[in-house]
Design a protein. Structure first.
Length: 170
């Protein structure tokens, strides 16, 4: 964990951020790796760290980062939350609920292996109201297709967009 997390995030301000491209004034896209650990040990993946809770950044520090991000004035904020496996961050629901509480034009995007329970994903979806996208990485070494089918039903029930990435190097 970064010792001086707060002071580093406080160094980021509008003057430090340079935008390029045709949508320069419209949105801010944040790729946010909230943890390195994963419950899978895919042969081809960098996310081989354990899910040791002592390695998790405290949620207060992540909320402080959110506060700093929202100081950058944009019409839309896209938080692409990934890891390791981000659904194992113990305060994920608290974090996304906090992001959603700003009542701005927010899109939450999750890149996940989809291995958590259907109940977990139902609770996660229920923890925020803003638009969301779920990108499920199907790791052929571990994937449970029946479980993924149930996830698809859940996402359809809640009218959530879902995409799939097939990860197989065999």
């Amino acid at each position: 964990m970064i010792e001086n997390y707060d002071s580093k995030i406080d160094e980021v301000n509008m003057e430090n951020v340079v935008f390029h491209g045709i949508n320069k004034d419209d949105f801010l896209f944040i790729d946010w790796i909230i943890l390195d650990g994963c419950n899978y040990r895919c042969s081809y993946c960098f996310g081989q760290s354990s899910l040791d809770k002592s390695q998790f950044v405290p949620v207060e520090k992540l909320k402080h980062a959110v506060d700093q991000i929202f100081k950058i004035n944009r019409k839309t904020y896209i938080f692409n939350i990934l890891g390791g496996e981000p659904t194992f961050y113990p305060y994920l629901m608290d974090l996304v609920s906090y992001i959603d509480s700003f009542k701005k034009n927010i899109i939450l995007s999750f890149i996940t292996n989809g291995s958590r329970s259907i109940e977990y994903f139902n609770d996660l979806i229920s923890s925020f109201k803003c638009e969301s996208i779920f990108n499920i990485s199907l790791h052929m070494e571990y994937v449970d297709i029946k479980h993924i089918e149930e996830l698809i039903k859940l996402f359809n029930k809640h009218k959530k967009r879902v995409f799939f990435s097939i990860d197989d190097t065999s």
